[in-house]
Design a protein around this ligand. Structure first.
Ligand code: ATP
Ligand code: MG
Length: 328
């Protein structure tokens, strides 16, 4: 079925493969919405893979296709080596939907018992697993709270525990940090990293490029249903680094002026200043001088791009939904 791809990925185990996957929604009166258009990608086992893009770019559509919740208009996909119409892979995956909904009157252990029963799980070993999962998501101490009284962060945490109930090999998380405060979002990211440590593959959808950057191994960027670029985060962000950056706070114009000819560009940010240099030596020398003059150094090193810059380069314009892509 996927003959052309086996060559490229000879010795790498793939958790997901899609080939020309397309979903067109019929919305009546002869009108159609493009969900995802001709998507071909591979996700290696044991990785954190990020599918990113602005609102309406096709992330949830892709995820629902891979979960077998909706059916492709054309194209193929394999999950854990099985085709989408196979029931067998469903017991080996976990899913955290966008804004999960749970029965309001249950507490966390009751809720996990209910989901466990769908997989035929019960007994003392399962009770131990419930405790482990609730500890992992930092909800064990709050296990008596009812869902009705949960904060958004608590819902997401319990949602992650629910997705892990059947010890899946592959996890699908749709906007796992949406609506969380920075500490709540950080905790969910730590849990995701912990899952990779445990050998799981995590497929993440998010429009928050800044949040995906530090945790994903590989990323695919979607825009209006189309794949616009993909690759390892390191490759995408490194691009072709030709400059070095020094970023610092608490520095006045006079100090910057004294840095001399080596300075290629000065970019003033909200509460800091980024100074670009063509040579590595100039950058490090300037960093020392700035620090000696009392500035607070934030970064010194290659001028890596941000995912947002990669996005803008690839699409040739600001993301349509720029505010959300910037991580608001
Ligand atoms: N059930 C549906 N019926 C018709 N059109 C749909 C349906 N679901 C999604 N679409 C359309 O498909 C496109 C992709 O939507 P999708 O929900 O996959 O985007 P997304 O990237 O997950 O967006 P968000 O960041 O807002 O969650 C959009 O144009 C959307 O309007
Ligand atoms: Mg979505």
């Amino acid at each position: 079925m996927f003959v052309s791809h086996t060559r490229e990925v000879a010795n790498i185990a793939l958790a997901i493969r899609t080939e020309h996957l397309t979903k067109i929604y019929d919305v009546g009166w002869g009108r159609q919405n493009v969900g995802i258009d001709n998507l071909t990608l591979e996700v290696e086992e044991g990785q954190i893979f990020g599918l990113v893009g602005p609102n309406g770019s096709g992330k949830t559509t892709t995820l629902k296709l891979l979960l077998g919740l909706i059916f492709p208009t054309s194209g193929n996909a394999e999950v854990l080596g099985m085709s989408l119409d196979s029931a067998a892979y469903k017991s080996r995956i976990g899913y955290l939907p966008e804004g999960p909904y749970f029965y309001e009157h249950l507490n966390a252990p009751e809720l996990l018992r209910m989901y466990g029963s769908l997989f035929g799980l019960r007994g003392p070993d399962f009770e131990k697993r419930i405790q482990e999962l609730l500890e992992l998501v930092d909800m064990w101490d709050r296990r008596e709270y009812r869902v009705a009284n949960y904060s958004r962060g608590m819902r997401q945490r319990v949602g992650v525990a629910q997705a892990l109930i059947n010890e899946p090999d592959l996890l699908f998380f749709d906007e796992p940090t949406a609506g969380l405060d920075p500490i709540g979002a950080k905790h969910i990211r730590e849990v995701i990293l912990e899952l990779r440590e445990r050998g799981k593959t995590v497929f993440l959808c998010s429009h928050l490029l800044k949040e995906m950057e530090p945790i994903c191994d590989n990323i695919a960027i979607l825009e209006r249903g189309k794949l616009i670029t993909r690759g390892s985060v390191d490759e995408l962000l490194a691009g072709d680094v030709t400059q070095y950056r020094v970023e610092a706070r608490d520095l006045d114009d006079e100090i910057i002026e004294q840095l001399g000819d080596g300075v290629a560009e000065i970019i003033r940010l909200d509460d800091s200043c980024r100074i670009l240099f063509d040579s590595r030596e100039d950058a490090f020398e300037a960093a020392t001088r700035l620090e000696d003059a009392g500035a607070y150094l934030m970064t010194v090193g290659p001028d890596r791009r941000t995912l947002e810059e990669v996005f803008i380069d690839a699409v040739g314009e600001e993301p349509k939904d720029a505010s959300s892509v910037q991580g608001s």
